[in-house]
Design a protein around this ligand. Structure first.
Ligand SMILES: [Zn+2]
Length: 150
C-alpha cells in the first residue's frame, strides 16, 4: 500500500481519519480510566492493559482479540500483544488514512460479503488479507534495531 510521507499529505490523512480517531480516543480514555496505559508509537496512540485489556483477552473465540485499530488509535490487551501485532495494526492505520469515514462500513461490508459466500468474515475480509500480506513489509522505528540484527 502506497503511503504519502510529505507533511501536507500526512496532515490530510490525519484529518481524513479523524472521525474514527475520535472514537478510538474515546474508547482509549475509558481504557485509561479503568487502569490502562497509553503511549505514542510512530504517530499512533497505543492504549493497552487495565480492566478492558484483561476483559477482551479473556473472551472466548471469536470475541477475544489482541489489538484493534480505530483511526490513529490502537487498543491492545497488553504491551506484549501490541508489540507483536504492531506491524499488522499499522497497516490498518494506513487503511483508515486512505478510506477515512468509509473504512468501517467498507470493512463491515467486506466481512458480510465473505460470510454470504460461506467464507470466514475475518480471515477473508479484503482489509485483513491486505494487512496480513503487508505487515512484514513495514519497518517501524522501534523494530529497526531488530531488523538490523537479522
Ligand atoms: Zn487486522
Amino acid at each position: 500500500m502506497r503511503t504519502y510521507r510529505t507533511p501536507i499529505f500526512k496532515l490530510i490523512a490525519y484529518a481524513w481519519a479523524s472521525p474514527n480517531t475520535a472514537l478510538g480516543i474515546l474508547l482509549g480514555l475509558v481504557m485509561l480510566a479503568l487502569g490502562g496505559r497509553v503511549r505514542i508509537v510512530a504517530g499512533v496512540a497505543e492504549f493497552h492493559g487495565g480492566w478492558m485489556g484483561s476483559f477482551f483477552a479473556s473472551r472466548p473465540h471469536p470475541f477475544c482479540f489482541g489489538a484493534i485499530t480505530i483511526g490513529h488509535v490502537i487498543l491492545g490487551t497488553c504491551h506484549k500483544e501490541l508489540y507483536a501485532l504492531r506491524a499488522h495494526e499499522h497497516v490498518h492505520v494506513r487503511q483508515y488514512e486512505r478510506w477515512g469515514v468509509f473504512f468501517l462500513p467498507a470493512y463491515a461490508l467486506s466481512s458480510l460479503w465473505e460470510v454470504c459466500r460461506g467464507r470466514n468474515g475475518y480471515r477473508n475480509n479484503f482489509f485483513e488479507r491486505q494487512a496480513y500480506a503487508e505487515e512484514d513489509k513495514q519497518v517501524l522505528p522501534d523494530r529497526q534495531h531488530i531488523r538490523r540484527n537479522i
